[in-house]
Design a protein around this ligand. Structure first.
Ligand code: MG
Length: 250
């Protein structure tokens, strides 16, 4: 069952999303060559806790840290550590916040210093593939419309998609039904309804789609070690379309 949020739940989802976005903003401002991913984790945790929320990822399937930090060929679920970011790296930061039992989930990939044109295009296309997916979010459309839009846009640029990973419903659980694949056919899957909350999160790879999990048991890398990027927003399905919850009010 895909849950439909009540008005009260939507208020909590908005606040969870806002806190997640605030943490992202602070982390984005801290990213520079020489900083460690552990320091970025501390920045995010401080913001989340100062807002009365709890970092959502720690303990999720045994994940040992408050946020995920995935560098270069790391796709998702990287563990913050003492590795220093270097000029030319790209870093994917995935942050979740639990506010009074409701979750926000958001990921962004950032350049560190000056990056290659190859990396820059990967970031742009991955972010735009998220927005291509979001354009499909409205009542009456189907889940596969989102997947198909992401896949079509990514493949137009020659990127591949690791099919083992995807988005999800979100609410009083971090991961709820449905699973949202980043590949699929239009006009398939469940029909979207007002009040659903979805975390949509394309991950794209420059090379082949195959992945491998490192010995730490969590970090997923591209098997051919080509660059990967990840963008995610938590959205509410509205009467007209969607509202991005993991963003800051203008
Ligand atoms: Mg997610």
């Amino acid at each position: 069952m895909v849950s439909i949020k009540t008005k009260e739940e939507i208020l909590l989802m908005r606040e969870a999303g806002r806190i997640t976005a605030l943490a992202h903003e602070a982390v984005a401002n801290a990213i520079k060559p020489g900083i460690t991913t552990k320091q970025l984790e501390e920045v995010a945790e401080q913001v989340i806790r100062s807002c009365g929320a709890i970092p959502a990822f720690k303990g999720e399937d045994g994940f040992p840290a408050n946020i995920c930090t995935s560098i270069n060929d790391e796709i998702v679920h990287g563990i913050p550590c003492l590795t220093k970011l270097e000029n030319g790296d790209i870093i994917s930061v995935d942050i979740g916040a639990n506010y009074k039992g409701y979750f926000g989930d958001c990921a962004k990939t950032h350049p560190v210093g000056v990056i290659s044109l190859e990396a820059k295009q990967l970031l742009e296309v991955t972010q735009q593939s998220l927005f291509e997916g979001l354009k499909m979010v409205k009542p009456g459309n189907r889940l596969g419309d989102i997947s198909h839009a992401i896949q079509t846009y990514a493949e137009k640029y020659g990127y591949s998609i690791p099919i083992e990973y995807g988005g999800h419903g979100i609410g009083s659980e971090l991961h709820e039904e449905p699973h949202i694949s980043n590949v699929g056919d239009a006009n398939t899957g469940i029909t979207l309804k007002e009040g659903m909350c979805l975390a949509i999160e394309p991950m794209l790879i420059c090379g082949k789609p195959h992945t491998r999990v490192l010995k730490d048991g969590f970090t997923v890398v591209s098997k051919d070690h080509t660059l990967s990027a990840h963008f995610e927003h938590t959205v509410l399905v509205t009467k007209e379309g969607y509202e991005i919850l993991t963003t800051l009010p203008k």
